[in-house]
Design a protein around this ligand. Structure first.
Ligand code: NDP
Length: 274
């Protein structure tokens, strides 16, 4: 995989627009293998979280790859029960220990929790100033959550990672991100496989001689959306990474844009984060 696409974050940090997600990938050999295969194929971003309970294996996988630490962009996330100022500082310290690194590249607030937003974000700004994370961002923030955060923030989020796929295109959130210079990053970018049987996607894939997953992942990138598809399978990790040797036409992009039916497969951030 030749993975040339990066975004420049607020902090001046270069973030790969494509990476590997490891939600529901068990710790130990399974996550170590997934990380290793991805890095072998040219992926340079790994997306984990404290709540995935596999940060230890992610760190081990990166070390076993033989790549230098600075060649791999590592994202982890603050879990809901750790929100608040002191608890956030302690949570990143714990994640760094599990990963076995002295800093991460991106630290995200996993879900909005309006009563804690001000203190939690102040802690993230502090962690960034200390060099314990190179960039800071949020996840699952709707426009009103971003407004609340910006009312007290010194630094705008670099990234907002949200559920995003052709059936849930998140236009309002993407517009709010654009105003802040925040990069939208898609979780469940292939709708956990559920978008792959869509006939529109299928016919584009057939015409281009690529797979439905490759069409969907390419669509994200052409829309300026960062992607982190998850797989534990060697063949699928390679397939999902091989999205840099073809392009979609304007008609393809429009046909996929027409698949937006507002269908969420994960929790609604207004009722989940607490
Ligand atoms: P994805 O849309 O990446 O889909 C993953 C599922 O699709 C798995 O079941 C995988 O199975 C299967 N799959 C992967 N590639 C293919 C393929 N080419 N063809 C057919 N099936 C395939 O869903 P996720 O929910 O995992 O989202 C991606 C990442 O986003 C997560 O791993 C995590 O890092 C992040 N995330 C963040 C959230 C947040 O709140 N911030 C919430 C949810 C996810 P298999 O592994 O067996 O190949």
């Amino acid at each position: 995989m030749n993975n040339p696409l990066t975004a420049t974050l607020h902090e001046g940090v270069e973030m790969p627009m494509h990476g590997l997600g490891v939600f529901q990938t068990p710790d130990g050999e399974e996550v170590i293998n997934a990380v290793n295969w991805a890095l072998e194929d040219g992926y340079r971003l790994i997306d984990t979280a404290m709540i995935y309970r596999n940060e230890t294996g992610v760190g081990e996988g990166i070390r076993r790859s033989g790549l230098a630490r600075e060649e791999v962009f590592v994202t982890t996330k603050l879990w809901n029960s750790d929100q608040g100022y002191e608890t956030t500082l302690a949570a990143l310290d714990a994640s760094l220990g599990l990963l076995g690194v002295d800093h991460v590249d991106l630290y995200l607030v996993h879900w909005p929790s309006p009563e804690h937003t001000e203190a939690t974000w102040r802690a993230l700004e502090h962690l960034q100033a200390q060099g314990l994370t190179r960039a800071i961002g949020v996840s699952n923030f709707k426009p009103h959550h971003l407004d609340q955060l910006m009312a007290t923030a010194q630094i705008a989020p670099s990234v907002n990672q949200v559920e995003l796929h052709p059936n849930l295109q998140q236009q309002e959130t993407r517009a709010a991100c654009a105003e802040l210079g925040t990069i939208p990053q898609a979780w469940s970018p292939i709708k956990q496989g559920q978008i792959l049987s869509d006939p529109v996607i299928g016919s584009i894939a057939q015409r281009l001689g690529v797979t439905p997953a490759q069409v969907v992942l390419r669509w994200h990138l052409e829309e300026g959306i960062a992607t982190i598809p998850k797989s534990v399978r060697r063949d699928r990790i390679r397939e999902n990474g091989d999205v840099f040797s073809f392009t979609l036409t304007e008609q393809d992009l429009d046909a996929i844009r027409a698949l937006d039916i507002g269908d969420r497969i994960g929790p609604d951030p207004d009722t989940f984060g607490g």
